[in-house]
Ligand binder design. Structure first.
Ligand code: PLP
Length: 403
């Protein structure tokens, strides 16, 4: 009889968004005519840009012709034509990344969860709290010790390291999900120095880099000196180009990044990750890689940035509303997430219920992302413009009348 992995019993019982879905379904059953506006899950709503879809169709057509048909890709790490485009994209904002250091995947979540496979079980993992749950869950499943650096009101939800606390694996997400805060170059340099002093690795999630508008906020950790000695970067086309239903992302591991194994010998992180992927992953479909390539062409970039500008305008409508209401928030700038303090001292879940019952608006309770999220709430700017305006009018009416 197989024994199950007991670490699963240490996970939170229900994934956050399943809890939310259950509550919304119950509300819908009790109020079948309610006009619910969903601003909870961070999924995009605009269609993918035309040049990107055209490239995918062309790739699909090539698969139906003997001369251009493609089966398994040799390396499973992505076609050179795409990796070279991504390397050029990195160069455009000052990060020195080689095409050979990039591996294409089926979205950042897979690698966010899988990357811990290549590290020993006795490593201490540090996450910033509130946290994107995958970093925690994947390490709980593997039985690792997890410690937290607090992101809170005092530090503007941008946790910084404590030099007296040791960590081996550090997860950073900037711009951050859920808090919308983003690290400046100077703040990232502090994390890099801390990682190097501890012999630690930084796993840097840049899934929202395309939303950065502030020149002081780096689009990649590789824009910051020292990162090549300690960092792995994960990125995604989900929010950059609307690929949540297409599935493509990329992971960057510098050639020179190496760490010791249990016998003390140094090994290349990139080689070990390549070995892991070789055994467990067969690559991303050719048409999707063609589409991903088109994202990084001049025409594709122009078209996808129009969608991002649309979401950024939504975010502005949301932050303007919160400012008018005198509610404290982070994010909305450099980020599609707006993270705000629940009014009248409500807990996150109390406010969730209150907002759903009285305004039919669904958001995400901050407490679902960790202890520092209690009393805070996340809304996303990925919705439709008219619905975003409507939701903000409802919020303004509700909070304005309650205060
Ligand atoms: N990283 C962060 C911080 C995210 O918020 C998300 C998705 O919401 C992902 C990674 C995963 O993105 P993907 O769709 O590429 O798997």
């Amino acid at each position: 009889m197989p024994k199950m992995n007991g670490n699963f019993s240490k996970l939170e019982k229900n994934y956050l968004f399943i809890n939310i879905a259950q509550k919304v379904n119950a509300f819908k059953q009790a109020n079948p005519d309610a006009d619910i506006i969903r601003m909870g899950i961070g999924d995009v709503t605009l269609p993918i840009a035309k040049p990107v879809i055209d490239a995918m169709k062309k790739g699909a057509d090539e698969m139906g012709v003997k001369e251009t048909f493609r089966g398994y890709e040799d390396s499973g790490a992505g076609y050179d034509f795409l990796k070279e485009q991504i390397a050029a994209y990195y160069k455009s904002f000052g990060a020195d990344v080689k095409a050979s250091e990039i591996r294409i995947n089926d979205g950042a979540k897979s690698d966010c969860g899988n990357i811990q496979d290549i590290f020993a079980e006795d490593n201490v993992v540090l996450v910033t709290d509130p946290v994107y749950p995958v970093y925690v869950d994947s390490n709980v499943m593997s039985g690792r010790k997890i410690i937290c650096a607090d992101s809170n009101e005092e530090n503007g939800f941008a946790a910084m390291p404590d030099g007296n606390v040791h960590a081996d694996i550090i997860y950073l997400c900037s711009p951050n999900n859920p808090t919308g805060s983003a690290y400046t170059k100077d703040q990232l340099k502090v994390w890099i120095d801390y990682a190097i002093a501890n012999g630690a690795v930084i796993i840097y999630d840049a899934a929202y880099e395309a939303f950065i508008t502030d020149p002081d906020i780096p689009r990649s950790i590789f824009c910051v000196e020292g990162a090549r000695k300690c960092a792995i970067e994960l990125c995604s086309l989900s929010k950059t180009a609307g690929f949540t239903g297409m599935r493509a992302g990329y992971t960057v591991i510098p050639d020179e990044l190496e760490f010791p194994t249990s016998d003390g010998s140094m090994v290349s992180v990139s080689q070990i990750w390549g070995r892991r992927q070789g055994s467990k992953f067969n690559g991303v479909s050719y048409p999707v890689q063609c589409a991903a390539y088109a994202v990084f062409t001049e025409e594709g970039m122009r078209a996808t940035r129009e969608n991002i500008a649309y979401y950024q305008e939504n975010a502005k409508i949301m932050t303007d509303t919160l400012t008018r209401l005198g509610i404290q928030f982070t994010g909305g700038v450099n980020s599609p997430y707006v993270w705000f303090k629940c009014p009248n001292g409500m807990t996150s879940w109390e406010f969730f219920d209150y907002l759903l019952a009285n305004a039919c608006v669904v958001g995400t309770p901050g407490a679902g992302f960790g202890k520092n999220g209690e009393g805070w709430f996340r809304l996303t700017a990925f919705g439709d413009r008219d619905r975003t305006i409507e939701a903000m009018q409802r919020l303004e009416k509700l909070i304005g009348s309650a205060s």
